[in-house]
Write a protein that binds this ligand. Structure first.
Ligand SMILES: [Zn+2]
Length: 370
């Protein structure tokens, strides 16, 4: 019932807000950074802690330079996606990018979980990961193919807390590196088809991720419990949950997790619109309370050999600008057809979201021991 009231009342309140604002003048702010905004943004030396850049593209570096931005480039092995199915190629491209961008890029490596049943799997994965650590990788990613794709010998979905992965998690902790966990996503994967939703089109094109249509899928809850099991069993392992730890549907649940697991933080990548759609006072209170545990990121992506990046870089810049306005100013923005007001967070919190938390949760991110 509360949900229904929220759904009815929220747009009304926003509509009144917009009408009120229009009377006073300010219209929704759109587009890239103004000169003044750019100055404030670049002064933070911002970090985007969630990107996937698998192509050496000459347009990318100038954008990083202009925004004074450092990015964490996250590798992922996905055997269902041509531009993400070769770890060797991804790794080579990423390290090439690190060299060419003169310190603007860091690497989060991964391992190939599809080999989990091969003899000596964990040892081989550890050797490969350690080689990447030696080059300067600051983290290791596990992905939603654990829980949603790969099956064990008995036909059950292989979960991220399977004992075969435990030596890898211990190795990451022993090297004082961080585990990034992108699991059980999106929620609509477990829901009946809704032809009116964007997810419907996505699952038509990517049926491999539609768990509702699978026989005996692992539930979203079960997969997130497996992640929690890793957090409990490895208290010295830092874990960053990608995309708000896949808990964007329930900020209370997210808060409870952050309270329960001091070794857990989350990034905001791809979930800024979800944050923007929450009640403004509640979001200010949430971010203020968990200001040390939230890390800015976007999920910006450049696939193998991708061209046309100059158009994309304008789009990315607009995305960075919109997120910045929402977090740093009281401007009115249009989000999913609704007008919302920015949170106007204080500088001390903006510095944490955009920089200090990334440096804390990913030690060595800038190539030294921050
Ligand atoms: Zn991502």
């Amino acid at each position: 019932m509360r949900q229904i009231i929220k759904k009815l009342v929220f747009p009304l309140v926003l509509a009144i807000t917009v009408v009120g604002c229009n009377r006073r003048g300010p219209a929704p702010v759109t587009g890239g950074f103004s000169d003044q905004e750019l100055q404030q943004f670049t002064a933070l030396s911002p970090i985007d802690a969630h990107t996937h850049v698998f192509a050496d593209n000459p347009e990318f570096y100038p954008m990083l330079k202009k925004l004074n931005m450092h990015v964490l480039d996250i590798l992922v092995v996905d055997d269902t996606n041509e531009s993400r199915n070769s770890l060797t190629k991804e790794s080579e491209e990423a390290w090439e990018l690190v060299r060419k961008t003169n310190g603007h890029v860091s690497v989060c490596t991964t391992f190939d979980p599809y080999r989990f049943s091969q003899p000596g799997f964990a040892q081989a994965a550890i050797l490969q990961i350690n080689r990447e650590f030696d080059k300067g990788a600051v983290a290791v990613k596990i992905w939603k193919n654990l829980g949603m794709e790969i099956k064990d010998a008995t036909g059950q979905y292989l979960l991220p807390d399977a004992p075969v992965f435990e030596p890898i998690y211990r190795d990451i902790a022993a090297h004082n590196k961080t585990l990034i966990a992108h699991l059980a996503d999106p929620s609509s994967s477990w829901e009946p088809p809704n032809p009116d939703s964007l997810a419907y089109l996505y699952f038509k094109r990517n049926p491999q991720w539609y768990m509702y249509a699978k026989s005996h899928p692992a539930s979203k809850e079960r997969i997130l419990q497996a992640r929690d099991h890793i957090l409990e069993g490895n208290p010295s392992l830092r874990v960053v949950g990608a995309h708000l730890g896949s808990m964007e549907d329930d900020f209370n649940q997210l808060g409870q997790h952050l309270d329960r697991y001091p070794n857990f933080a989350v990034d905001l990548a791809g979930r800024m619109p979800d944050i923007m759609m929450q009640s403004r006072p509640q979001m200010i209170a949430f971010i203020t309370r968990y200001q040390d545990r939230l890390i800015y990121g976007t999920d910006l992506e450049i696939g193998f050999g991708e061209t046309g990046v100059s158009e994309k870089s304008a789009m990315w810049e607009e995305n960075y600008a919109k997120n910045w306005r929402f977090l740093a100013t009281g401007d009115i923005l249009m989000v999913r057809g609704h007008a919302v007001q920015g949170l106007a967070l204080p500088q001390s919190i903006l510095r944490k979201l955009y920089r200090e938390n990334a440096l804390h949760w990913f030690p060595g991110l800038l190539g030294d021991l921050h």
